[in-house]
Design a binder for this molecule. Structure first.
Ligand SMILES: [Zn+2]
Ligand SMILES: [Zn+2]
Length: 125
């Protein structure tokens, strides 16, 4: 999967006791057009879900994101996982995703990590 020319966004899946299950970043099977908001890249949440097994999805309770999820990704996370907590580093554009998760009783929090746990990430996909 090709990297996005605009920005790199990560999604990380954890169990209830914070064991990392899987990671994914945004990207494109083809070529990123570099056009803002329409670059053709798939969001990391979607890539994460598509690479995980059903068993792993079912034991994912916490998702860490570099950027708060868009509404579509928030739906995908909520309906595919045993989601309880979503933590993110930065708010990204619209907050509908966060509002949806809050409405569903998911804890959402902006967290300032001193060390983001994927500096030494392994790339999936
Ligand atoms: Zn892109
Ligand atoms: Zn998204």
């Amino acid at each position: 999967m090709n990297e996005c020319k605009q920005m790199t966004v990560w999604a990380l899946a954890f169990t209830s006791d914070m064991q990392m299950i899987d990671t994914a970043r945004n990207g494109n099977e083809g070529e990123c057009t570099g056009e803002e908001g329409n670059c053709g890249c798939t969001h990391p949440e979607k890539n994460l879900i598509s690479t995980m097994t059903i068993q792993d999805l079912e034991r994912t309770e916490t998702v860490l994101l570099t950027h708060s999820p868009c509404e579509t990704c928030a739906f995908e996370l909520y309906y595919n996982m045993k989601l309880q907590h979503v933590f993110y580093k930065e708010e990204y554009r619209k907050t509908d995703g966060i509002e949806f998760l809050q409405l569903k009783g998911i804890e959402t929090r902006k967290v300032d990590w001193t060390k983001w746990p994927i500096e030494q990430e392994r790339v999936t996909g």
